[in-house]
Design a protein around this ligand. Structure first.
Ligand SMILES: Cc1ncc(COP(=O)(O)O)c(C=O)c1O
Length: 404
């Protein structure tokens, strides 16, 4: 007999990316092979973690890097991270302002814990990576979603952001390059948002997980910290995407806080790291060595492979009636929108489950990424070109079979 209920906090949120898996498992159990376009894990699609990261791991273990690390992260790793951020984006950050986390995910969670109280306002992109809203729900924040379509792409709308700000606003989330849309926020828009946050004494949270996965020549990542002057920023990055090692669970957060406005919550963030003792020590050692190496040993080939896949999926989608789509500029996600009035489906969820049950292609419904994701869906373009082509054939058939 069940004697306990799930806690209110845990019952209060859902995580669409993994929720669709339950139905996929049913379809698989019936003997169907599924084309999976649902998860942002390059390894599941045959991409290989680069040797600059895997080679030093055996060295770390041989050298007995198996002890608990400092809770903040081993010093030489934090120094390597600070140098790496300086080298790639010219960010001035010291090792003291870096914390090593078990993936960016842990950094996101600790930010909510250390920076917010129930009722504090947080601004989140209307189409966003669901960890932000999931955590904000658990921590009982006043969540406000800002519009993310301006200038003919999925960019944040500074005017809407301004209209949502109040004196209880603690955090303004930015995610560029973006999951789930693949958009790269223009510097001008970022600057405007940073200035608005400054006016309201809010902190910018900048998730830069996909910073080096640019798919257009000449497109460069803007590290928000570089635009911020005395506006405080907490930024995240890690080894899951650019270093193709999601299973390592290795990431970091750093702060830009020249005016010392967020030293209190940052101390809280550090305190929280002690509660979980440390991030994995051998992986930190391997990460230290990897950050000193040349990423050109694998990154250009990775980007070329992503670009070919992006181009194919995008070209196929553009040809389909009833779908509108922006071309992703980075990362490995695309977010088409359906003109629902042309189809029999009542919403994006029904469409996604039909695509899965009838055509055996797994995607994620757009409303799982926030209220402005309604009528959209997310696909990853990590599978082979053949699989992408086949999934697009099936999509075309499904659309044609369901027109009103
Ligand atoms: C925007 C964004 N932030 C954070 C994460 C989580 O990354 P990690 O594996 O480092 O926890 C993801 C994973 O998909 C992501 O897309």
């Amino acid at each position: 007999m069940n004697i306990m209920e799930i806690s209110n906090r845990t019952a209060s949120f859902s995580y669409a990316i993994r929720d669709v898996l339950a139905v996929a498992n049913e379809v698989e159990a019936q003997g169907h092979e599924i084309i999976k376009l649902n998860i942002g894990d390059p390894i599941k699609y045959g991409f290989k973690t680069p040797k600059i990261l895997t080679d030093p791991l055996s060295y770390a273990e041989k050298e007995n890097y198996n002890f608990y690390a400092n809770s903040q992260g081993i010093l030489e790793f934090r120094e390597a991270i600070a140098e790496y951020e300086k080298r790639k984006h010219n960010v001035d950050v010291s090792a003291a302002d870096v914390v090593v986390t078990a993936g960016v995910s842990e950094g996101i969670q600790m930010t909510f814990m250390a920076f917010t109280n129930p009722g504090d306002r947080v601004l989140i992109p209307g189409i966003h990576y669901p960890s932000y809203s999931g955590n904000a729900t658990i921590f009982e924040n006043d969540i406000q979603y800002y519009k993310t379509v301006v200038d003919g792409n999925f960019y944040p709308d500074p005017d809407h952001i301004r209209s949502l700000m109040n004196e209880k606003t603690k955090l303004v989330f930015l995610n560029t390059p973006n999951n789930p849309t693949g958009s790269v926020y223009p510097e001008k828009i970022l600057k405007e948002i940073v200035d608005i946050a400054g006016e309201y004494d809010a902190c910018i949270v900048s998730d830069e997980t996909y910073d080096l996965l640019m798919l257009e020549d000449g497109l460069k990542h803007t590290a928000t910290a570089n635009l911020a002057k005395d506006v405080p920023v907490i930024a995240y990055n890690g080894f899951s995407k650019v270093f193709l090692a999601p299973g390592w669970r290795l990431g970091y957060a750093y702060i830009h806080d020249p005016a010392e406005k967020i030293q209190g919550p940052w101390e809280g963030f550090n305190k929280l790291t002690r509660l979980r003792l440390s991030a994995s020590t051998p992986l930190q050692k391997a990460g230290t060595e990897a950050l000193k190496q040349d990423l050109n040993t694998y990154l250009p080939q990775t980007i070329k492979a992503l670009k070919d896949r992006r181009d194919l999926m995008y070209i196929r989608l553009v040809e389909m009636e009833g779908i509108s789509v922006y071309k992703p500029e980075a990362a490995f996600y695309i977010f088409p929108m359906l003109s629902m009035d042309q189809f029999k489906w009542k919403d994006d969820k029904e469409f996604v489950f039909d695509y899965l049950r009838q055509k055996h292609v797994l995607t994620v419904f757009g409303s799982g990424f926030g209220p402005f994701g309604k009528n959209g869906f997310r696909m990853v373009y990590l599978p082979s070109l053949e699989e992408i082509d086949s999934a697009m054939d099936k999509l075309e058939d499904l659309l044609n079979e369901n027109r009103i």
